[in-house]
Design a protein around this ligand. Sequence first.
Ligand code: PHE
Length: 451
Amino acid sequence: MDNNREHWGSKIGFILAAAGSAIGLGNIWRFPYLVGENGGAAFIILYLLCVVLVGLPLVIAEILIGRTAQKNPVGSFRELSNHNPFWVGVGVLGVLTGLMILSYYNVVAGWSLGYVVESARGSFQHIGDPEKAGILFDQLSASWTWSLFFSACFMMFTIGIIYFGVIQGIEKASKIMLPILFLLIILLVIRGVTLEGARAGICYLTKPDFSAINGKTALLAFGQVFFSLSLGMGALLTYGSYMTKNEKIVSSAVSVVVLNTSVSLLAGFMIFPPLLALGMKPAQGPSLIFNILPVMFNSIPGGYFFRIIFFLLLSMAALTSTISLLEVITAFVVDEFRLSRKKASVILGGIVFLLGVPSALSAGRLENFTILKLTFFQLVDFISANIFLPLGGIFIALFVGWFWGMKKAIPNLLEGSVALPGFIVTIWSILIRFVAPVLILLIFLNSLGII
Ligand code: PHE
């Protein structure tokens, strides 16, 4: 093992950091609006199915690649494939995807930070209907000074953590932020479900209506699994590369997936009961969080404080994800070009911030600049989340299942967990070799309109 490589300071270090990467805007911003637009409980069931059949096996595979090779995504694929250029390319695709996601994710993260400040200033106190809140959101996000200021702040926080490395930076930050995050979300769930009329929301989340399920919803559920689990671009691989060989991969992966899924479900119970109790519609699309929620808190006792807490929660969840994205790129540059971590994190953070400027301006000055009918922001989001992540997922499954092969994968998986029951290994190998690649391929072709 590379003795110079930093490793997690404790077993829980990896779990918290990886769960932090997974838990983010995907759970609190994306998941609730997808549920709201696609049939509530039925969508949730479909999502859970995708998590078990494709998500979990791939999380295990991705961590396994990183822990075995002890390198960044490019270096790991290079080493395990004996310098095969195709697989090196898969690693490069991962790093590029990370760069793309971070560039626009940081913009949304900046908005949520801006909303903490606006909430504290009382900007939403007198807004009575979501439409007016929408106008305020449009004004704020279209103001390039507001939007760029907060996204610059956010990137500085991210750099500030990556700068200090694996134990002092990522692990420490995750150990502090994740417990606070759980506490805040539980507080908000209790507030939500104890409101008068919360029943409607609870029913909405627990009574499935399967007529809402079709090919498109399946695709959305799949995309959400990849995005939410930080899967398919090397974040889990990179975090896995800081694991020692005596840590258990399968049980760590299960913990990460369970933590991530519970936060998504909790986010549903935090948002829908108050929403429906106040007679608002669940299907509001991506603007749900920035238009509806600020107003919703006005009708809730203690709303001023709960609103600040909510956006603080959102910002912290985003921060534990942005650090994992910047870490992928930083680890690549540090390993491959021998640059110091401190220099690499500052330079790369700066570059990604600049790459995000057109996304930030998509809400304002560049609103009418569209490619394939999508704004720059939507285009980067679509390509990275809906195309590159599932593509990365297929490649990871094919690599571990067929190219590197089970003969090498299984002994490496068992290292650190000799007591792993044989049937679990068998199920995993079936899922990774057959089920995951076939399902992703079908959904993928369907989304491109080919089948
Ligand atoms: N999983 C994160 C979220 O749900 C987003 C993310 C995607 C982070 C890919 C890292 C890599 O918000």
